[in-house]
Design a protein around this ligand. Structure first.
Ligand code: SIN
Ligand code: MN
Length: 281
């Protein structure tokens, strides 16, 4: 699996590519229900908004089988191996909730700004690849991009530790105003199962979600193996230190998992019903 010449051109010019219908309803349904289970758990890897609603769950590929398969999925890993021309490893893995009514903002930032400053990543040869678990709409806190901003290099940023529960190197309003004059602002929307790849220097943000509609997105941060990080300031489950090249799984691995998981869940439910069935004797 790889990107075609039009998609490669678009990525180079605009800084992102939108790939609709990458994962089927069956594949997305199991990921969605596993994500909800993770948000209900009280692991240190699940960070919450000030309201207590989930904000982000880190490193689920290390403790959940469905997300392990997603983290090694050829539809996500192979396009990045193609772009970087070498194997990739997982630098970070997040399931961002943007919870109904309570999902707070992600301020304007560049991902590579954080990876360079906090993790000592040598070059912007890493990027986020986003998988929509819910429908992303104009109204439920979509990602917003400033097209072409990836051509500007790493921009000056301030370390914001206060606005949300998530520390971020953020850009000021004047910088955003200037960049938006050149590139405008877009908010790619789409059905569950859509995928968005975006350059590590593409400037982006997302507004709060004050609707009743959830907006869960999984982010794989894949980094070229030769570009691995050199500074270890954040916990291992936020900025991974295992630089082993990802070996893509079979294309149908997640689908097979979804099917076997569904059968197992149906068996448990049938056993429960039998157990509670009123006796006629
Ligand atoms: C991010 O920029 O890393 C996350 C933004 C979002 O999920 O809205
Ligand atoms: Mn980001």
């Amino acid at each position: 699996m790889g990107l075609n010449p039009d998609q490669l051109r678009e990525f180079d010019e605009q800084g992102y590519v939108f790939l609709p219908n990458c994962f089927s309803d069956e594949e997305v349904a199991v990921l969605r229900s596993e994500a909800e289970g993770i948000y209900r758990s009280d692991r240190e890897q699940v960070w919450r908004e000030s309201s207590g609603a989930p904000r982000t769950a880190f490193a689920a590929h290390t403790y959940n089988e469905a997300f392990r398969l997603l983290g090694s999925h050829p539809r996500l890993v192979e396009p990045l191996m193609q772009l970087f021309g070498e194997p990739v490893y997982m630098h970070q893995f997040k399931i961002n909730a943007k919870a109904p009514f309570d999902g707070e903002v992600w301020q304007w930032h560049q991902d590579y700004g954080t990876w360079a400053r906090d993790d000592g990543m040598p070059e912007p040869r890493a990027m986020n690849i986003a998988v929509f678990l819910d429908e992303v709409m104009a109204i439920n806190g979509p990602l917003m991009f400033i097209p072409k901003s990836h051509k500007k290099g790493v921009l000056a940023a301030g370390h914001d530790l206060k606005t949300t529960s998530y520390p971020l190197w953020t850009l000021d309003n004047e910088t955003i105003t200037q960049l938006a004059e050149d590139g405008g602002i877009v908010a790619p929307t789409g059905k569950p199962g859509s995928v968005l790849m975006f350059h590590g220097n593409l400037v982006h943000a997302s507004p709060s979600n004050i609707t009743p509609y959830p907006r869960k997105i999984v982010y794989l941060t894949l980094c070229a193996v030769s570009n691995h990080i050199t500074k270890f300031t954040r916990p291992e489950w936020i900025a991974h230190r295992d630089f082993t090249p990802i070996e893509p799984v079979a294309d149908d691995a997640l689908l097979q998992f979804a099917r076997s998981h569904k059968v197992a869940a149906e068996q448990v439910s049938a056993q429960r019903q039998a157990h509670h069935m009123p006796s006629c004797a």
